[in-house]
Design a protein around this ligand. Structure first.
Ligand code: CDP
Ligand code: CDP
Length: 205
């Protein structure tokens, strides 16, 4: 039933896309790709002096497994590289192949429902207020020993929101046919339940 079934999950930083995507993938037995890691891997290379387009063209699957990709510096470098059309183009085929895999796939990012998989079976836009998202990211970073202040994390989140929404190529926005899930007042369990219900409804139709 799930052969070739694609779920697109987009939204701004720290909205809960990854958490929801992982849970949905586990629930339905789909493969999961966090496409933000592609841009983070490019951003990490840029921070070592590599050209962003060269980095995107040379990206290898093992580049995505580095724990150091989850720092605020890499996130900012990722969103700067993500503005460059040739960087996005270099990452397109990998994402589309992943989306088409038999057995179903869930991809989370910024442009999955609008550009990467406009024909996705289910499109979700997971969002929350900037303050709630910054609070979540702040707690997450603190738990990993990264002691940025809440104000710094909020400023970083807002800077990335602006850059991601205002770029000319594949800007962050909900697809016209996306289901919006605002997680500002939802627990993780409630957000996951809303996503599972939206997908189950499409599978049943
Ligand atoms: O993938 P994305 O950046 O959108 O967010 P995430 O990494 O899934 O979630 C960011 C943080 O918020 C994680 O620490 C989640 O556990 C937390 N979270 C939450 O507290 N409540 C939710 N409804 C969703 C996520
Ligand atoms: O985890 P978080 O939501 O904070 O960020 P991420 O999903 O890892 O994405 C890092 C950056 O990569 C974003 O701020 C975007 O600029 C870029 N990105 C993108 O442009 N398109 C995607 N499909 C995924 C990420």
């Amino acid at each position: 039933m799930s052969e070739g079934f694609t779920v697109a999950i987009d939204g701004p930083a720290a909205a809960g896309k990854g958490t929801v995507s992982k849970a949905v993938a586990a629930h339905f037995g789909f493969a999961h790709l966090d496409t933000g890691l592609l841009y983070r891997a490019v951003g990490a290379k840029v921070l070592t002096g590599v050209d962003a387009i060269d980095a995107a063209l040379a990206l290898m699957p093992e580049d995505l497994e580095d724990d150091s990709l989850r720092t605020p510096e890499v996130a900012q470098a990722a969103s700067k590289a993500a503005v460059i059309p040739q960087v996005r183009a270099a990452l397109l085929d990998f994402q589309r192949s992943f989306a088409a895999r038999a057995g179903g796939a869930v991809l989370d990012g910024r442009d999955i429902g609008t550009v990467i998989c406009p024909e996705a079976h289910v499109k979700l836009f997971v969002t929350a207020s900037a303050e709630v998202r910054a609070q979540r990211r702040y707690a997450e970073l603190a738990g990993r020993g990264i002691s940025d202040s809440f104000e710094q994390v909020l400023a970083d989140v807002k800077a990335r929101d602006t850059r991601d929404m205002e770029r000319a190529e594949a800007p962050l926005r909900p697809a016209d046919d996306a289901t919006i899930i605002d997680t500002s007042r939802l627990t993780i369990e409630q957000a996951v339940a809303a996503a599972v219900a939206a997908i189950a409804a499409v599978q049943a139709s």
